[in-house]
Structures are given as structure tokens and as C-alpha cells.
Design a protein around this ligand. Structure first.
Ligand SMILES: *[C@@H]1O[C@H](CO)[C@@H](O)[C@H](O)[C@H]1NC(C)=O
Length: 172
């Protein structure tokens, strides 16, 4: 008997998790240049273009430390590859950069003329991810504009799911 109750609790927890999943914030790690890393001959504008950078995400720069580093500057210095005295310079070869606030960030390689040769990246960090397009709900419900109402609806869905699953378990 006890195991059946535990199963019901587990299923209820799972149903709740599923019901709330769309609302969860998932932090993304963006490896700059993907498997090419921070290197020559990578178009970082093209790399960044389809991506969404959101507060809480992390940029990871992977590179050989003999050829590259990561210099962070302002927008105007970025344009002319100017490594200012107060620039943040990262040199570990696997630099993790926390995207901790919304706005633009500018990075380039400060070694030789690598910046002029295109080893540079600018991104825009968003406060929150824009809502993903929602699949059409099978049951039409009136649109809920207030967050509390949405939360209630989520609880309602979860409760309905739990009830259905519990009923199914009980007849097993
Ligand atoms: C480059 O940065 C320095 C500050 O470190 C500044 O004095 C200089 O004017 C900048 N160069 C240009 C061309 O903006």
C-alpha cells in the first residue's frame, strides 16, 4: 500500500513539474564559436546572430593561450580594436563570462592584429528571454492577462493531471 502512495506522490510531483516547466528559466552556456572556439576565420557576427543571450547565461571562450586572449572594452573602442588601459583582459584559455546584466558587451582578441582580422564579438544581453511561440491549446481557454490568474490556471492544469493520473493508478 505504502509503495502505491509513494508512486502517487511521485507522479503528482512529476505532473506539477511538467505543468510549471514552461515557466522555468534555463540558463544557457554559449561556447563562443561552438566547436571552433575563439579563433581565426570564424564569423562571430554570424555565430551570434541567431542566438539569444539572456541575463543569467554564460559565455565560454575556449582558445590556445599562445595565440589569443579575451579583451572586453566599450563599444567605441571595440569598433577600432582599441585595448584601453582599463579593459578587462582574460587569459585562461577557457574564460567563463557571466552575463549578469542586460545590455551590450564587446570582446576582442588583444594579441597582434587579431581583432582587426575579425577575432571580435559583440552581443546584446536581454533581461528575459522573449516568450516562445505557444502551441495552440487543445481546449480553448479565455486568455489570462494577470500573472496570478495564469498561476491559478497552471495549478488547475496540474491538479487535473494529478487527479486523472491518481484515478488511473487506483484502478490498476
Ligand atoms: C584608446 O584608448 C585610450 C585609453 O586607454 C584612449 O586614450 C585613446 O584615445 C583611445 N584611442 C582612440 C583612437 O580612441
Amino acid at each position: 500500500m505504502a509503495s502505491k502512495q509513494m508512486l502517487i506522490v511521485a507522479i503528482a510531483a512529476a505532473a506539477l513539474a511538467v505543468a510549471f516547466l514552461p515557466g522555468l528559466v534555463v540558463a544557457t552556456e554559449h561556447v563562443v564559436g561552438d566547436d571552433k572556439g575563439w579563433a581565426f576565420y570564424v564569423d562571430y557576427t554570424a555565430w551570434a546572430e541567431p542566438k539569444q543571450f539572456v541575463v543569467g547565461d554564460t559565455l565560454v571562450f575556449e582558445y590556445g593561450i599562445s595565440s589569443h586572449n579575451v579583451v572586453e572594452v566599450s563599444g567605441s573602442d571595440f569598433v577600432i580594436c582599441n585595448q584601453t588601459d582599463n579593459a578587462v583582459v582574460r587569459t585562461s584559455g577557457e574564460d567563463r563570462v557571466a552575463l549578469d546584466k542586460a545590455g551590450r558587451r564587446w570582446f576582442f582578441c588583444g594579441i597582434d592584429n587579431n581583432c582587426e582580422n575579425g577575432v571580435k564579438l559583440k552581443i546584446t544581453v536581454l533581461e528575459t528571454a522573449p516568450p516562445a511561440p505557444q502551441p495552440k491549446a487543445p481546449l480553448a481557454a479565455p486568455p489570462l492577462s494577470n500573472p496570478a490568474g495564469k498561476l491559478q490556471a497552471r495549478f488547475g492544469e496540474a491538479a487535473a493531471m494529478v487527479t486523472a493520473v491518481t484515478a488511473a493508478v487506483l484502478v490498476l
